[in-house]
Design a protein around this ligand. Structure first.
Ligand code: HXC
Length: 268
């Protein structure tokens, strides 16, 4: 689907996206690129990164891939350094890297629980912490008049409770809390904006392949607003809105993009 935004809304901007080589992350990366940004993607799998970078470059997008794990502070620092070395600055950090699997609390070891918190929550915080020196007002390589932007990819699982997702729900609750705290502190001190996006079920993603049967079971077309699976495009458009000047007064919010699914209840 064609973008309703002008093609130059991110002209001159530089974005680093963790988990930007596949799924929702890749669509955000591609749309940022098509709207003028240079993009760096960080991920664990070299083959996925290489394929993503080639696909972006074929579209005329300036792109690099950096292999790394958000659980490692040195990988986070290196991805940021390489981005700024290549493109001269950093304007936008998107934290999209996430771990997920279905497990009941009975079967989920504390280490399994921690693994997902390490990727989603600590990984997000690590990337934000390491990126501050580039994103803050007056930061390395930046136009001194403004600060940059962070977008944290979250979920809606923890607004209520979701079967077999105790670890991801806890991890994403922490992500939303990090979003609000950084929006307050870095918005005040460094003129930065920190926001989140909480996607619903999105077609063609690892999240949906793993979770859809449980998520959608028992939901009926009659009771779920806009009953349909979302597209990666829907999430990328929300990210473009937040990243562009259209979102310049939005700070500390996590935008739910799920067609109203999380609040649906049976009709009585
Ligand atoms: C129970 C599991 C498990 C499973 C791993 N563990 N998979 N426990 N059921 N299916 C446990 C292991 O037993 C181990 O604990 C601990 O977790 C660490 O496992 P490792 O395999 O050593 O970890 P690692 O190789 O680091 O892999 C972590 C991973 C990751 C979380 C499994 O590889 C992963 O998730 N990859 C998929 C990425 C993905 O799907 N991304 C999209 C996310 S979608 P013990 O105690 O045995 O040592 C998303 C959407 C959410 O986030 C919301 C949707 C609506």
């Amino acid at each position: 689907m064609e973008s309703p935004f002008k093609a130059d809304i991110l002209k001159g901007k530089v974005a680093l996206l963790t988990g930007g080589g596949s799924g929702i992350g890749f669509e955000i990366t591609a749309q940022f690129g098509r709207h003028g940004a240079a993009v760096a993607i960080m991920g664990r799998r070299r083959q996925v990164l290489d394929a993503a970078v080639s696909a972006l470059q074929l579209q005329g997008i300036r792109a690099i891939g950096v292999q790394g794990d958000v659980r490692k502070k040195e990988d986070a620092a290196r991805a940021l350094e390489m981005t700024v070395e290549q493109f001269g600055r950093l304007d936008i950090l998107v934290n999209g890297a996430a771990g997920n699997f279905l497990a009941s609390p009975e079967d989920l070891s504390p280490n399994g629980f921690q693994t997902v918190l390490d990727i989603d929550s600590i990984g997000t915080y690590t990337m934000c912490h390491e990126a501050l020196k580039y994103l803050k007002k007056g930061g390395l390589g930046r136009d001194p008049s403004t600060g940059g932007l962070i977008i944290n990819i979250s979920a809606t699982l923890h607004y209520t409770a979701s079967w077999y997702q105790i670890h991801v729900s806890a991890a994403k609750a922490a992500v939303d809390s990090i979003t609000r705290s950084l929006a307050l502190e870095w918005g005040t001190d460094y003129d930065m904006r920190v926001n989140g996006i909480a996607p619903g079920p999105i077609e063609g993603t690892p999240g949906l392949r793993k979770l859809a049967p449980e998520e959608m079971k028992g939901k009926s077309r009659e009771t779920v607003p806009l009953f349909k699976i979302g597209e990666r495009w829907d999430i990328a458009m929300a990210a473009l809105y937040l990243a562009s000047d259209a979102g310049k007064y939005v700070n500390g919010t996590t935008m739910v993009v799920d067609g109203g699914l999380w609040l649906s209840k049976p009709r009585h």
